[in-house]
Design a protein around this ligand. Structure first.
Ligand code: HEC
Ligand code: HEC
Length: 387
């Protein structure tokens, strides 16, 4: 630490009496709000991503949107915020970082007013992982669930690849968050400077020798203008994507009155995107012995329905359900409810639940999935009826 630091400034701008410890304002209100809001959103995202049932996905997604907003704001504030919030104030040369790490090992880390060099490395790493997390989250949401701003531009396979990366990054973020907390506790103990209290109250107590140059003030109007401009661009971009026609694999299949009448009396008229073409062809060829029932139809009706079903089969759609149900069980290729994905997704539902009055059978998907007729099967559209 340089011993010939310029006269130390108090937060009020008064020089401190030589040799006295003093308190300085380090973290401004926006930076503290950012920090604790981010903690709350990461906790919400982790809980709803790892533990809650699928229909909480809406909360998970909003936590993610909240993070996009917070990170964007923090980057802007990293340029226009006051001294210690500015990114340039915690970009340290490798020499200082090594010196700080060596100090940590010797249990005497040098004092820093804002982020210390090791802490700053963690801040950049956490920011990088968070940005990667929200990016892969948006890709998975758009590609797999066909929701969010990327729904029309990202295909299922890219989305499901992104989801795997998203899961791995979740583990990494949780590990890094623990390291971050451990680092804060260690640094607080070694320097006698309570870093947790500092990010709550904004104030730090500094030893007399710690340098504290006159802080650069914030430029809140520039920050507000840039944030507003970025939000405007995002809104325009999302509006533009929303006006584009859905790609082929997401088209809405118009209702087919004959299908609803002939195949919707004994059970739900299943969306054609829920089985591959070969399965539909097999079902239509065997209607006289249809799961133990005679469901036969006049040949021309059978023919017309077969053509319609095959033309809108799972292969022609890019929804998650269509992609998953393309893999049928070899022993019962005509059953959606026998596909490995269906079995896995419904394994925890007791058989008695499917017998409830408002469902009657597991083949009546609309008993629990409000959007069953569209073939989408969104997480947010699931409700298990009580009676
Ligand atoms: C006379 C009543 C009846 C009619 C009409 C009928 N089905 Fe079925 N269907 C059944 C029965 C019974 C099952 C087996 C239900 C069960 O396992 O609970 C079944 C099962 C199915 C399944 C498999 C569901 C699963 O995933 O387990 C499909 C697909 C299906 N039917 C399609 C059709 C189509 C297409 C038509 C119109 C051409 C049709 N059904 C007309 C009675 C009927
Ligand atoms: C008793 C209610 C019930 C019925 C009937 C039912 N499901 Fe489900 N389904 C659920 C629940 C609950 C989940 C969420 C499971 C979980 O949390 O993983 C689910 C999940 C799914 C998913 C995954 C959604 C996603 O994005 O993760 C698909 C696809 C699906 N069901 C399709 C079907 C189809 C097709 C049928 C009819 C053949 C059907 N379900 C019948 C309750 C039901």
């Amino acid at each position: 630490m340089p011993q010939d630091a310029p006269p130390i400034q108090l937060a009020s701008g008064e020089p401190s009496p030589a040799g006295a410890a003093r308190t300085v304002k380090v973290w401004d209100v926006p930076t503290r709000l950012f920090h604790w809001s981010l903690v709350a959103l990461v906790a919400t995202g982790a809980l709803t991503g790892l533990f809650t049932p699928e229909w909480w996905m809406g909360v998970h997604v909003w936590a993610g949107y909240g993070m996009v907003g917070l990170i964007t704001f923090r980057i802007v504030w990293g340029v226009f915020g006051p001294e210690y919030s500015r990114v340039v104030s915690f970009v340290y040369p490798p020499r200082s970082t090594l010196e700080h790490m060596r100090g940590l090992l010797m249990l005497r880390p040098p004092h820093y007013v804002g982020h210390n060099p090791t802490g700053a490395l963690m801040v950049f790493a956490l920011a990088g992982v968070l940005i990667a997390l929200v990016t892969t989250g948006l890709l998975a949401l758009g590609g797999e669930e066909k929701q969010g701003p990327l729904a029309l531009v990202v295909g299922y396979s890219l989305g499901s690849g992104a989801k795997r990366v998203h899961h791995a990054l979740t583990q990494l973020l949780l590990l890094m968050s623990m390291l971050h907390v451990a680092g804060v506790v260690t640094e607080s103990v070694l320097t006698g400077d309570n870093l947790v209290r500092a990010i709550v109250t904004g104030w730090k107590t500094l030893p007399p020798e710690a340098p504290h140059p006159t802080p650069r003030p914030a430029r809140p109007w520039a920050a507000a203008a840039l944030t507003a401009a970025l939000a405007g661009c995002a809104a325009l971009g999302i509006g533009w994507v929303a006006r584009q026609p859905p790609p082929h694999g997401l088209r809405a299949v118009p209702r087919n009155a004959t299908y609803d009448k002939e195949c919707g009396t004994c059970h739900d008229a299943h969306a054609p995107s829920l089985l591959p073409a070969a399965s539909w062809a097999g079902i239509m060829l065997g209607l006289q012995d249809h799961f133990g029932e005679d469901a036969s139809l006049p040949p021309e009706t059978t023919q017309a329905l077969a053509v319609w079903l095959v033309g809108s089969a799972a292969e022609t759609f890019d929804t998650e359900a269509a992609n998953r149900f393309r893999t049928v069980a070899p022993a019962s290729p005509h059953r959606i409810t026998a596909t490995p994905y269906w079995v896995r997704k419904h394994a925890e539902i007791a058989p008695a639940v499917f017998k409830r009055e408002r469902i009657k059978s597991r083949v009546n998907c609309s008993g629990c999935h409000r959007d069953a007729s569209s073939g989408r099967f969104d997480d947010q559209a699931i409700t298990i009826p009580e009676g």
